[in-house]
Design a binder for this molecule. Structure first.
Ligand SMILES: Nc1ncnc2c1ncn2[C@@H]1O[C@H](COP(=O)(O)OP(=O)(O)OP(=O)(O)O)[C@@H](O)[C@H]1O
Ligand SMILES: [Mg+2]
Length: 261
């Protein structure tokens, strides 16, 4: 069965490994992201999800293994180079410049995240990003005045400002209300509508099951499943490791999908 939205490969990891001293946080993970994918990266707390993203995006380069982005080996390139190549990410804990306004934060990414001279009007481009993510505050609000949910929205606008081909989102939805979850779901669909492939780390299964086409599950740094979302979500190894018998979460997931349709 074809398990991808499109057959073109945008990103691969091959045996990607990250060790911190004696701890192997990511252990020989090989995966494939296809164009059009919204891939959910799931796994218990401490499984190595954020470390995996950091290893690909260059924030914390891998100990061994390879990252192949559009056929080019980009292993170990620093984040600013990966960003210019077209990989952008949001952070589990966003930390924007506290004294900058929202528009100034996004402008920093617009100016430094794109090849020089390609964005003719950085203010208009940054404003468009804030509108795209439906930033709920004035563009002049100072970052340190924002709550976590607002900061995550600003972080998303910042990540999109560099015109990525692949976007990583690290727990974008944690702490959101039911209504806000529906909003973020619509924004994720708008992002894929722009041709951007997504890898999203998320614990909220209702969101994962609503927006993802494929899932990657890791446990203790090791991949235990990758494939179409229903197949992975029902894989006994995955349910044992992560989903457990949490029928509440599964029921909520079905309700949200129904509400969204
Ligand atoms: N900079 C670091 N130095 C040492 N150990 C680290 C570092 N970053 C992460 N770790 C360890 O690596 C393991 C994986 O952590 P990671 O943050 O990647 O997990 P995660 O799957 O993102 O968890 P969560 O769902 O809680 O965000 C953990 O044991 C963590 O303590
Ligand atoms: Mg994490």
């Amino acid at each position: 069965m074809k398990d991808t939205a499109n057959i073109m490969i945008v990103l691969e990891t091959k045996n990607l490994t990250k060790q911190f001293g004696g701890l192997t946080a990511v252990n020989a993970v090989s995966m494939t992201l296809y164009k059009g994918d919204v891939m959910g990266l799931i796994g218990p707390n401490g499984a190595g999800k954020t470390t995996f993203i950091n290893a690909i995006t260059g924030l914390n380069p891998p100990t061994s293994g390879d990252v192949i982005f559009f056929g080019e080996n980009t292993t170990g390139l620093p984040p600013e180079k990966m960003c210019r190549k077209g990989i952008s990410r949001t952070f589990q804990i966003p930390s924007p410049f506290p004294k900058m306004s929202a528009i100034e934060s996004v402008m920093t990414a617009t100016v430094f995240g794109n090849p020089p001279g390609t964005i003719k009007d950085p203010v208009a481009h940054s404003r468009k990003m804030l509108e795209f993510v439906e930033f709920p505050m004035s563009e002049d609000v100072i970052s340190e005045q924002l709550n976590t949910v607002q900061l995550k929205r600003l972080d998303l606008a910042r990540a999109l400002a560099s015109n990525p081909k692949v976007l990583f989102m690290d727990e974008m939805a944690s702490g959101l209300s039911e209504g806000e979850l529906l909003d973020i779901m619509k924004i994720i669909r708008k992002i894929t509508g722009q041709g951007i492939s997504i890898l999203m780390v998320e614990h909220i299964m209702q969101l994962i099951m609503a927006v993802c086409n494929r899932l990657l599950c890791i446990q203790f740094g090791t991949k235990i499943a990758e494939g179409p979302k229903d197949e992975v979500a029902n894989d006994p190894k995955v349910t044992k490791a992560y989903l457990g018998s949490n029928t509440d979460e599964k029921n909520k997931a079905e309700e949200l999908v129904a509400e969204d349709n």
